[in-house]
Design a protein around this ligand. Sequence first.
Ligand code: TYD
Length: 143
Amino acid sequence: MMTGKLDGVKWVDIKSIPTENAGRLQFFESRNDIDFDIKRIYYITDVPKGTWRGAHAHKELKQLLFCPYGSVTLKLTDGTNVEEFVLDKPNKGIVISKPTWRDMLWNVDNSVLCVAASDYYDVDDYIRDYEKFEIFVGVKKND
Ligand code: TYD
């Protein structure tokens, strides 16, 4: 494993504007701000600091991940290179558009991890075995 750039992963600046009385408003739109249509939103709450989640990849699904409250580290790999991203601001997002194995660490109690996804929930789109992921992306032979 080497530290290096991942092809199908990129930062997205989510639009963020100060609002009249107080606070800020963040928003994004399919196609205008991210290059896929959103069919599903889900978010993970109530996770204590120090928890690792994830340990899977998706075959087809594209996702925008963002953390409007708290801090979550994404450790991502395409099977060859590893890259880490810290989601710790409401206006920072990561788009994953190619099969990418993810491990995610909660840095702050109750951080909220939100995902805007390109498709409905499909259990068959998950790869939960790292060796199967390596075979799927072609870095390992199926023998
Ligand atoms: P899962 O993706 O297995 O979560 P994790 O691996 O992060 O613990 O999802 C947990 C459960 O939630 C599983 O029974 C499927 C269900 N689920 C949905 O029904 N729809 C969804 O969009 C997601 C993400 C999960």
